[in-house]
Ligand binder design. Structure first.
Ligand code: ZN
Length: 160
């Protein structure tokens, strides 16, 4: 079947920036699964997926405006280290997750202090044009439970 609204899509991806530097890959684990048409992936990627089929291999070029948006200046914040969800040795330039009132958020460390870190609250991929090498592993109709939850279940999706 073709990818359309309310399909569950499983795919492998390799994400790189415009220089071809690999930023992320799913190849060292299970494919990722999402419910199409419910903003489970960034907008530009969802657009590129529409109409593709199981077994399709393609590259999707997604400009920052359809990915994580432009970088905003003045987004530096001081955060207590205890609010970081990422544990271990911290250093400037590291991408970490912090706990916020709106749930976990990806930020980048600018400076490390004794009890606090200064972070750049822009998403680490903000302002970056992205290139996704995609392989569609499976396309199937969503279950009624998945539709009512608004996300995919099973391998690569929500496990609950
Ligand atoms: Zn669910």
């Amino acid at each position: 079947m073709e990818i359309q609204k309310d399909c569950v899509v499983s795919f492998h991806y390799r994400l790189s920036n415009s220089d071809g530097t690999e930023l992320e890959t799913s190849r060292n684990g299970d494919p990722v699964a999402y419910l199409h048409g419910h903003r489970g992936v960034i907008r530009g990627l969802e657009e590129a997926m529409t109409g593709k089929r199981q077994g399709d291999v393609f590259t999707a070029e997604v400009p920052a405006s359809k990915a994580y948006g432009a970088r905003k200046e003045g987004s530096s914040q001081r955060v207590p280290i205890k609010h970081l969800l990422t544990k271990g040795r911290l250093k400037p330039g590291m991408a970490v997750k912090i706990n916020t009132d709106n749930g976990p958020r990806d930020v980048t460390i600018v400076k490390v202090g004794k009890f606090n870190v200064d972070v750049d609250a822009n998403h680490p991929l903000a302002g970056i044009d992205l290139s996704f090498d995609i392989e569609i592993v499976e396309v199937r109709a969503a279950s009624s439970e998945e539709l009512s939850h608004g996300h995919a279940h099973g391998v690569g999706g929500h496990q609950h």
